[in-house]
Design a protein around this ligand. Structure first.
Ligand SMILES: [Zn+2]
Ligand SMILES: [Zn+2]
Length: 544
């Protein structure tokens, strides 16, 4: 400190600096910083006993024991830090005898101390990993004001990970697991440590397969490999048994592999599914939903609306559904039991409601009609059923499950009246009655599908009555997108007579401005264009 700077400090009142050397003269012996690099720790020497596995839970601890006196006016500290990436910890010392701990996540750390002591003090540093002493440094008779650097430890810690989740393979297939691991440099990608040894053992399910090497040679149910020799392990599942009804029975198909290194274990599971294949074949991918003429209670329009309370399966379209089971060589598997269910896709076919939706049915040998059947393949590996479709426009779905949760097959059948188009807005009519409009409970958001002929005729009719009388027609329900029963009360009954084939439209008695349309007039106009009208609360218009 120069005289000039001391004068400046005096002006600010920090007069202590001026008198300090005099006051402490007898105690301060060496004023230069002394650096000591202990020779026993050199970075180039690998410390093999410190190749310890850590997986996020290890703690690196540095203890300092100290005898003597610290200089109270200078900051002494000791520290442990993770190289390059981030610092670990730093403690400023007031009292000697401290401990500092950091999570041992990296592979290399440095640690050290700056001690401003009175001469004659002594210090001991001890480095622990999870309580195990890794290194000890003794410094008796320290010079005053000493600074100690300890070297970095390369490859001090390592870690490994298995990039392998639980896996599903079929009999006869292979599973390959990557085993990544071992950081040997901080902030560097994980690489194998060549000396790290790993053990893989099949602890359960040995009868289902075993380890194989890159050439397909069998390695048995336990392998020990060094990192330099293995980055992957393969498991080979035994092929299915060729006997009839073969394949695994669906139980005991779990293989558990335990991987271990440095006392740390992890488990990988492999599920083996039978190598058998279930196929579901439907003869017709598209069927007609129930049409106007299938409305047996009311095939022709009458004043009275009557409804079938359930789908009349004597009127729905049918197709053949075949369950086929083959082994891995495509040979038929007989006596294979399965469950098959008839389902429907929610909201399909323009029905924006799902509750209670009818499904199709299978006809059993006893002539029952069931939504779920249990069956078995015959000598040809097949089982055939007559399928009665749900009758509702939309997607019927069939699901078959074999002996395990993994042996499944599905098929869909579209129930649809062909060639229906959506009527678009026009100048002389309003399209009304969609779900979401005020007062509409029918859960069908799109209710204006029809044949091209119906749409063309309705537009002509609207133009015609507008030209005569300036009416703007209010066109309500026509048909749903796929046709079929139009259940305005959302109960899969059919309150709408017809409206199933895209040839009907309901037109309100009053026009868009509230004007009542005379019935005789409207019928005349409809007939003139080749259509028919029935009046029952509204005009029910038909153009076939
Ligand atoms: Zn519906
Ligand atoms: Zn109608």
């Amino acid at each position: 400190m120069s005289i000039r700077s001391c004068h400046r400090l005096l002006k600010t009142g920090a007069c202590v600096c001026f008198f300090l050397p005099t006051l402490l003269q007898s105690q301060v012996i060496i004023r230069e910083r002394v650096e000591i690099r202990p020779q026993l720790d050199t970075p180039s020497v690998p410390i093999t006993k410190q190749l310890l596995m850590t997986i996020n839970s290890s703690v690196l601890r540095l203890d300092l024991s100290f005898s003597g006196s610290l200089q109270p006016d200078y900051p002494s500290n000791f520290y442990i830090s993770r190289n390059a990436c981030q610092s670990g910890g730093l403690i400023f010392l007031r009292d000697p005898g401290r401990s500092i701990s950091v999570p041992a996540l990296a592979s290399a750390y440095s640690y050290g101390a700056t001690i401003w002591a009175f001469a004659g003090a002594s210090a001991t540093f001890m480095l622990y990993l999870d309580g195990e002493l890794l290194a000890r440094h003794d410094y008796p008779n320290l010079p005053a004001k000493a600074r100690y650097f300890f070297p970095h430890y390369q490859q001090l810690f390592e870690s490994f990970t298995f990039v392998a989740g639980d896996t599903l393979i079929a009999e006869g297939e292979q599973a390959t697991f990557d085993i990544n691991g071992v950081t040997n440099a901080v902030c560097a990608p994980s690489v194998w440590h060549p000396e790290l040894q790993m053990t893989l053992t099949i602890v359960s399910g040995q009868e289902l397969g075993g380890f194989i090497d890159e050439n397909g040679d069998t390695l048995g149910s336990s392998v020990i490999r060094k990192g330099s020799e293995m980055k992957q392990i393969r498991f080979y599942a035994k092929p299915p048994k060729p006997a009839a009804g073969g394949g695994s029975a669906g139980t005991g198909n779990l293989v558990v592999i335990e991987t271990a290194s440095k006392g740390i274990t992890r488990t990988v599971k492999i599920r083996i599914k039978p190598g058998l294949k279930i196929k579901l074949v439907v003869a017709d991918k598209t069927l007609q939903p129930l049409g106007d003429s299938d409305n047996k209670d009311n095939p022709d329009l009458t004043e009275k609306e009557t409804r079938p309370k359930v789908i009349d399966f004597s009127r729905v379209k049918t197709t053949t559904v075949t369950v086929k089971v083959v082994d891995s060589e495509e040979k038929p598997v007989s006596d294979y039991d399965f469950t098959m269910r008839a389902l429907v896709r929610d909201a399909s076919g323009g029905h924006d409601h799902s509750e209670g939706r009818p499904t199709g049915r299978f006809v059993t040998e006893e002539n029952d009609t069931l939504a779920e059947v249990e069956g078995k393949t015959g000598a040809d590996g097949e089982a055939k059923y007559t399928y009665l479709c749900s009758g509702i426009g939309g997607i019927d779905s069939i699901f078959v499950q074999g002996r395990t949760p993994y042996d499944t097959a599905t098929a869909t059948i579209t129930l649809k009246v062909g060639d229906l188009e959506l009527m678009t807005d026009g100048e002389h009519y309003d399209l009304v009655g969609a779900y979401g409009e005020s007062g509409v409970n029918s859960q069908h958001r799109v209710n204006h599908y029809g044949t091209p002929r119906l749409i063309q005729k309705l537009k002509a009719l609207a133009d015609s009555v507008h030209a005569d009388s300036s009416y703007v027609l209010r066109i309500n329900d026509m048909s749903l997108q796929y046709g079929g029963p139009f259940d305005t009360e959302n109960d899969w009954d059919t309150p709408h007579e017809n409206h199933r084939e895209g040839v009907n439209a309901d037109v309100s008695y009053t026009d868009a401005r509230g004007k009542r349309i005379r019935e005789k007039y409207f019928e005349l106009k409809t007939n003139k264009l080749g259509g028919k009208v029935k009046s029952h609360g509204h005009f029910h218009v038909t153009y076939r």
